[in-house]
Design a protein around this ligand. Structure first.
Ligand code: 1GP
Length: 265
């Protein structure tokens, strides 16, 4: 009894990030999320990334990776918090990747796969800890799309990705996720994908859902980021390209924010 009530006290459902995502979507304002993999940054690299993200007016910092071998997720999140007030959203590869110092958590269910562990199993195991964290929980229909080569996520998830040209499967998967109550849909070609998701698929999927649509995986140029947004992506996530060349943060952000907002806003 005591266990349940202490969890509930901590967790008066927060919705600030979700409301902001919805508001931006309604206005047609596109957002840029810089993905930081805790395994790939030391404090110097982190300082550089955060100062570039501040200068470029990046909207979100996503933190996470498929593996997270190192044990310094909390340190990374706390370090970012000291440097800037850009919202930090966890993008976990496993239930152990939780830090209370973040603002929110993409609570991922791998709806493109048929691995029950990643649809619901691990969620049950970690539910009490996640709820107790006090983080804003963004229930996310996570769809992995074939990016032309096996990526860490496709290997680790042990689930087949949606074929890159099967727009109908992607549409129906996203619709089903939304009808099941997921608040956001994330289409991911996987980190470092050879082929990012096509504009045709993004357009089709965004046309059949009202939930904010996050798109990432293999986006390496500002042009591609811009076209993805024009096709209907609401949030663009970029990790690999920025790891290789952090100065791209400015150009990516400018391209994403250059997409015209809807008339009247
Ligand atoms: C991966 O969507 C993210 O899960 C970002 O991919 O690292 O290829 O930018 P990249």
């Amino acid at each position: 009894m005591h266990f349940c009530s202490s969890i509930n006290e901590r967790c008066l459902m927060k919705t600030r990030l979700y409301q902001q995502l919805l508001e931006r979507k309604n206005k047609g304002r596109k957002s840029f999320a810089v993905l930081i993999d805790p395994d790939k940054v030391d404090s110097k690299a982190l300082d550089q990334l955060t100062s570039l993200a501040i200068r470029a007016s990046a909207d979100y910092l996503f933190v996470g990776g498929s593996l997270v071998i190192s044990n310094h997720l909390d340190d990374v999140v706390q370090h970012i918090r000291k440097q800037c007030d850009i919202p930090v959203i966890l993008f976990p590869g496993s239930p152990s990747q939780i830090s209370r110092d973040a603002d929110g958590l993409l609570y991922l269910s791998l709806i493109s796969g048929r691995n029950p562990e990643l649809l619901i199993g691990q969620h049950v195991i970690s539910a009490a800890a996640v709820k107790k964290s006090g983080l804003e929980i963004l229930s996310t229909g996570y769809m992995v799309i074939d990016g032309g080569a096996p990526t860490t996520v496709s290997y680790i998830s042990n689930a087949a990705p949606i074929p890159a040209d099967k727009n109908e499967i992607a549409m129906c998967t996203a619709m089903a996720g939304e009808m099941l109550g997921m608040k956001v849909i994330y289409m991911d070609a996987g980190s470092g994908a050879k082929r990012p998701i096509s504009e045709a698929m993004i357009e089709k999927v965004s046309g059949v859902i009202e939930a904010p649509l996050i798109v990432g995986g293999g986006i390496t140029t500002p042009e591609k980021a811009y076209l993805n947004c024009k096709a209907g992506a609401d949030v663009i996530v970029i990790g690999n390209a920025i790891e290789k060349d952090p100065s791209l943060i400015g150009e990516m952000s400018a391209a994403i924010h250059a997409v015209p907002v809807k008339a009247g806003h």
